[in-house]
Design a protein around this ligand. Structure first.
Ligand code: F6R
Length: 243
């Protein structure tokens, strides 16, 4: 595991964008796993900047997002579809047919989950997976519990997650209670993983993750300790307790 402690959010975002761009240079048809939420917004901003400066080309890149709220349609401003297009896809040259985000309003959700895994498999699996981390240690929306599922599935969002994500909604009651998420198996099969953590609210979970040196379904991100190519980039605030 490689640990980078960046000075601040900007530096964390730049480092993440640089690694992603380097991987695309090495493999122009990179299969890129993407996250949403507050943490990677700066990374997308940097990647858009690099694209506009001619430093990176997404024309052959294939993307798969980690998750989507159940019941939010792609044109709902609070959906992860909307987030991805407004923060990233509308500003770079990823081909529309190469963009994959779980459909939170699919008629047959089980079929949607199956289809999503099949598409990832067909693309050859994820080459580089970008992750954030929940305050409770979730990755994707794989929430702490007695067991973790390997494949794409519908998950009940944990109360901590609903609380943390209420900032993107008018009120906490509007936060969907369920989401579609890729499973831990798909994440762990990624050839390379970048985990980002920013801000004081992530300090406790990052210390738990890095100090305990143990794997538990109660901290889904702890499974990353078993992966052979993980880079954790956190800013000084997120590293506060760990240090
Ligand atoms: C989002 C995702 C989540 C977030 C996590 C942190 O696609 O998979 O695991 O990365 O909830 O969210 P932020 O960055 O908003 O703190």
């Amino acid at each position: 595991m490689k640990l980078i402690i960046a000075r601040d959010y900007e530096e964390m975002s730049k480092k993440a964008a640089q690694i992603i761009a380097e991987e695309i240079k090495k493999k122009p048809n990179l299969v890129l796993g993407l996250a949403t939420g507050g943490t990677p917004v700066g990374t997308y901003r940097e990647l858009v900047k690099m694209y506009k400066n001619g430093e990176v080309d997404f024309s052959r890149v294939i993307t798969f997002n980690l998750d989507e709220y159940l019941g939010l349609s792609p044109d709902d401003e609070r959906s992860y579809h909307y987030y991805m297009y407004s923060n990233f896809f509308n500003h770079v040259n990823v081909k529309p047919e190469n963009i994959h985000i779980p459909n939170g309003v699919a008629e047959d959700i089980d079929e949607e989950c199956r289809r999503y895994d099949e598409a990832i498999e067909k693309a050859g699996g994820i080459d580089l997976q970008l992750l954030g981390i929940g305050v409770n240690g979730h990755i994707g929306f794989n929430e702490p519990g007695d067991e973790l599922l390997t494949a794409t599935h519908v998950t009940n969002l944990a109360p901590d997650t609903i609380k943390a994500n209420a900032r993107f909604f008018e009120s906490i009651d509007e936060v969907p209670k369920k989401a579609i998420t890729v499973g831990l198996g798909t994440i762990m099969k990624a050839k390379k993983i970048i985990l980002l953590a920013s801000g004081r609210e992530k300090a406790k979970i990052m210390a738990e993750l890095l100090d305990e040196d143990a794997v538990s379904t109660k901290v889904p991100a702890s499974f990353l300790l078993l992966h052979r190519d993980v880079t954790i980039i956190m800013d000084e605030e997120a590293a506060e307790v760990y240090r």
